[in-house]
Design a protein around this ligand. Structure first.
Ligand code: UDP
Length: 234
C-alpha cells in the first residue's frame, strides 16, 4: 500500500525519550520510539527528525544563568538526545545520521542543507541536533525551519496527548477534540500547540502539521497511512 507521505519531519520532544522518568534518556522508551521510526522507514518514507531537549534542560528554566547561555545549554541537551536516538536506530538496522546546527565535530556532522537532502535521498534518517543553533528559539521553530529546508510534506508533531483540544482534557473532560484546524485558529483560540514563531513559519511556508500521540504503539504508521488519529493543522 502506498503511504500518504513520502518525506516527513518528525518533531520529538525530549519527553518522548524520557518516558515515565521525565528526566534523561530512558532506554526502553528510546527503543520504542526508534522502533516506530524504523517501521515507517521500512515503508520507504524519507525521515528527518528534530529532537527537543526538555528532558535535560530548558533555557527558560535556567536560574542565575544568562538566558542566551541557558539556551546554549538547552541546545546541547538536544544533541545528547539526538545521539541516543541515532544509536537506538543503528542498533535495529535503521541507518541514521546526526547533524548538528553548532559544530561538535568529533561527535556528529555539522548541518549542511545539501548534504542532509542527499542523506534523505539515500534513505538515511537524518536527526537534527542543536536546534537552530541560535538562542531564543525553540525546537518547534527548528522543526518548522528544517521542514521548509527539506521540502517535507508535513511536520509530525509527537505529543503526550493524542490530538489538539480546546482545553486540557485532563482538567475538563468536556473539552472539544479537534480533527482539523488552521494556523489562524491556533492564534485566535490561543491553543498551545506550538510557539507562535514556529506556527508563523509553518503558515508562511504552507507546511502542514499533524499532532498525534507517539506513545501509542503503531500510531506513527497509522499517520503515515493517512488514518485519522490526531489533528491536522494547515
Ligand atoms: N533551544 C535554543 N534554540 C533553538 C532550539 C532550542 O536555544 O533553536 C534551547 C532552548 O533553551 C530550549 C532547549 O533548547 O528550551 C530545549 O528545546 P525545547 O524546549 O524546544 O525542547 P522540548 O521541550 O521539545 O523537549
Amino acid at each position: 500500500m502506498a503511504t500518504k507521505y513520502k518525506r516527513v519531519l518528525i518533531k520529538l520532544s525530549g519527553e518522548a525519550l524520557a518516558g515515565e522518568d521525565k528526566f534523561g534518556v530512558n532506554p526502553e522508551m528510546t527503543a520504542k520510539t526508534a522502533a516506530q521510526v524504523k517501521e515507517i522507514h521500512d515503508q520507504g518514507v524519507q525521515i528527518a527528525i528534530v529532537v527537543g531537549g526538555g528532558n535535560f534542560f530548558r533555557g527558560r528554566t535556567g536560574k542565575n544563568i544568562d538566558r542566551a547561555t541557558a539556551d546554549y545549554m538547552g541546545m546541547l541537551a538536544t544533541v545528547m538526545n539526538a545521539l541516543a536516538l541515532q544509536d537506538s536506530l543503528l542498533s535495529i538496522g535503521c541507518d541514521a545520521k546526526v547533524m548538528t546546527a553548532i559544530e561538535i565535530r568529533d561527535m556528529a556532522e555539522g548541518y549542511s542543507r545539501r548534504k542532509a537532502l542527499d542523506y534523505l535521498d539515500d534513505n538515511k534518517v537524518v536527526i537534527f541536533g542543536g536546534g537552530t543553533g541560535s538562542p531564543f528559539f525553540s525546537t518547534d521553530t527548528t522543526a518548522a525551519l528544517r521542514a521548509a529546508e527539506m521540502n517535507a510534506e508535513v511536520i509530525l508533531l509527537a505529543k503526550s496527548i493524542d490530538a489538539v483540544y480546546s482545553e486540557d482534557p485532563n482538567v475538563n473532560p468536556d473539552a472539544e477534540r479537534y480533527e482539523e484546524l488552521t494556523y489562524m485558529d491556533i492564534v485566535e483560540k490561543e491553543l498551545r500547540v506550538m510557539d507562535l514563531t514556529a506556527a508563523t513559519l509553518c503558515k508562511d511556508n504552507d507546511i502542514q502539521l499533524y499532532v498525534f500521540a507517539m506513545a501509542e504503539e503503531g500510531n506513527l504508521m497509522k499517520v503515515i497511512n493517512g488514518e485519522n488519529v490526531g489533528t491536522l493543522i494547515h
